[in-house]
Design a protein around this ligand. Structure first.
Ligand code: 6PG
Length: 245
């Protein structure tokens, strides 16, 4: 159902969410490759995306050689650390598909600082998307999650990164989840995407989902408002249980 420019889809369980998300990925990837020759996706960390990545890794017929994967946010830990989002994404997806290593765009966390790493990540995006500093990348597809506090990516309530209007990536030092220091895409980078899919499952996300979809728009995840693209909420019944729609 469409509600305030958001497509709200409620599913019986996470398996059905994943089936829909894989279909969407396939549709967007094939369209992007046909139109432009390549497809760009940005993936989040956390637990929710794991099943999606495993389902995608079984789709060997997707145009992996034309697919570029970026990271929505990264904990500022080495890439082999158990909290690393890159490690999770690599273990659940990237190493199982024929995606060229040059098509994988991680956040550099070794021998750096969160600020320098955010600056380098931004430079990588400017170069890849061939844009200047006052332009924004147009990802074909961004997958987001949501925390119980309404954060998304590593954009946590009350943190300075929420206010970023120019830079594409920001350093975060007040994460409330594992990995105190992080690097995250900012809203300028997120909200210029063609398609954004926010997935949420479980009753522990229900209050945040209600506030984001029906509230006053103050939570970080409510600030995900694509300028021109489409925004989908893929929810299971528990995460949608407090919605009045
Ligand atoms: C991270 C994620 C984060 C995540 C939400 C939901 O680095 O932790 O990018 O924003 O999407 O916290 O996490 P779960 O999917 O584990 O509930």
């Amino acid at each position: 159902m469409i509600y305030n420019d958001k497509e709200i889809l409620v599913f019986d369980d996470i398996e059905k969410i994943i089936d829909y998300a894989v279909e969407k990925w396939t549709e967007v990837a094939e369209e992007a490759v046909k139109e432009r020759g390549y497809f760009t996706a940005a993936l989040s960390g956390g637990r929710t995306p794991v099943m999606l990545h495993k389902a995608l890794s079984a789709k060997k017929d997707l145009p992996w050689d034309r697919t570029h994967v970026f990271i929505v946010d990264e904990r500022f830990v080495p890439s082999d650390h158990e909290d690393s989002n890159y490690l999770m994404i690599n273990n659940t997806l990237l190493k199982h598909v024929r995606i060229p290593s040059e098509n994988i765009h991680p956040v550099q966390t070794e021998n750096s600082t969160p600020v320098l790493s955010a600056e380098k990540y931004e430079k990588d995006m400017l170069s890849f998307f061939n844009i200047s500093e006052n332009e924004f990348p147009r990802f074909d597809l961004i997958f987001l999650g949501i925390g119980e506090d309404g954060h998304t990516a590593s954009l946590f309530p009350g943190t300075p990164a929420l206010k970023e209007t120019r830079h594409l990536a920001a350093a975060v030092t007040q994460s409330v989840k594992p990995g105190k220091e992080r690097v995250t895409l900012t809203f300028p980078a997120i909200n210029n995407a063609e398609n954004i899919i926010l997935m949420a499952t479980g009753g522990d996300k229900a209050a945040a989902i209600r506030e984001v979809i029906e509230g006053n728009g103050s939570l970080p995840a409510a600030m995900v408002r694509p300028d021109r693209g489409k925004l989908f909420f893929l929810l299971d019944k528990n995460a949608a249980s407090l919605l009045s729609l």
